[in-house]
Design a protein around this ligand. Structure first.
Ligand SMILES: *[C@@H]1O[C@H](CO)[C@@H](O)[C@H](O)[C@H]1NC(C)=O
Length: 300
């Protein structure tokens, strides 16, 4: 009896604490938490259909890579702005040479693209997360970080928030990168070409691990990447659409999502200080003149 009533008090205290923390927690992270959205609601396989496995009615999907082929899937719809996330557990063990990608891309030649690429490594060596942003066919905006956890141990969520003001890359609730709309500075920003989402697992041992020095060890095949939570909350548009009919009215358009807040900037700074391996913004050899958006993004 005594123990259950003290449990009660503990629960009550925790709930109160939670309530107190709630407002700031909801402000500093994208809302509309992705629940268990099954694969088939938003996605279809793109290639090598026999290398994709569906579990629990498609709420979990495994991608397989062997020496014959990798595989991938894509969203059914095309989107102009929104919030897109995926829970992924990366290829475990000796994953050197493999790349697991999750990205948005438009379909035309002067294309826009928002990329997450996870570069595998030898057993016990850290993965690298490379991100990139293409606007109007121009990329060359690579950033590379180490993660603060082992991405092969558990599922983690990787998401993109995209509105007229900014593109934010999140790892769980931590913003690891922001690309602000710097149209006023002459930098193109993706706003008039719908994008589809894609994910794939493939062999890239010509460049991925230690710049291509580490080759894929096929004795360990098949390599498997695990997926859950196929959440998409975007403005669905036809491939040729130039604007989104609901522009300005959806939750991701609202004030709270037009810029990072103080807590988010602090977290971003933490990632930059502790986990960044490479940032094109600070690469004076490649870019003697600082790219315009880097100042706006507070990357330098
Ligand atoms: C792999 O591990 C090596 C050695 O720790 C490290 O230098 C490299 O950045 C890691 N990641 C990749 C993808 O090469």
């Amino acid at each position: 009896m005594a123990s259950s009533s003290s449990q009660w008090t503990a629960t009550l205290c925790l709930s109160l604490l939670f309530l107190l923390l709630l407002p700031s927690a909801t402000r500093s992270a994208p809302t509309r938490r992705p629940i268990d959205v099954p694969f088939s609601r938003n996605y279809i396989p793109t290639w090598a259909f026999d290398h994709i496995k569906y579990l629990n009615g498609g709420s979990e999907v495994h991608l397989m890579l062997d020496k014959y082929t990798g595989t991938g899937f894509q969203s059914k719809g095309s989107y102009l702005f929104g919030h897109f996330s995926m829970r992924i557990k990366m290829v475990a063990g000796d994953s050197a040479g493999t790349v697991t990608a999750f990205y948005l891309s438009s379909q035309n030649s002067e294309h826009d693209e928002i990329d997450f690429e996870f570069l595998g490594n030898r057993t016990g060596q850290p993965y690298i997360l490379q991100t990139n942003v293409f606007t109007g066919g121009k990329g060359d905006r690579e950033q590379r970080i180490y993660l603060w956890f082992d991405p092969t141990k558990d599922y983690h969520s990787y998401s993109v928030l995209w509105n007229m003001h900014q593109i934010v890359f999140f790892v769980d609730d931590v913003p690891i990168r922001v690309f602000k709309n710097s149209k006023d500075l002459g930098v193109r920003f993706p706003f008039d070409q719908p994008m589809k989402l894609y994910s794939s697992l493939w062999n890239a041992d010509d460049w991925a691990t230690r710049g291509g020095l580490e080759k894929t060890n096929w004795a360990n095949a098949p390599f498997v990447a695990y997926y859950q939570g196929f959440h998409i909350d975007g403005c669905e548009a036809s491939v040729n659409a130039k604007f989104c009919a609901t522009q300005g009215t959806r939750w991701w358009d609202q004030k709270a999502f037009q810029d990072l807040d103080t807590v988010q900037y602090r977290r971003l700074q933490w990632v930059r200080n502790k986990y960044t391996i490479y940032n094109y913004c600070t690469d004076r050899v490649r870019f003697p003149t600082v790219p315009m958006e880097c100042k706006r993004d507070r990357d330098i």
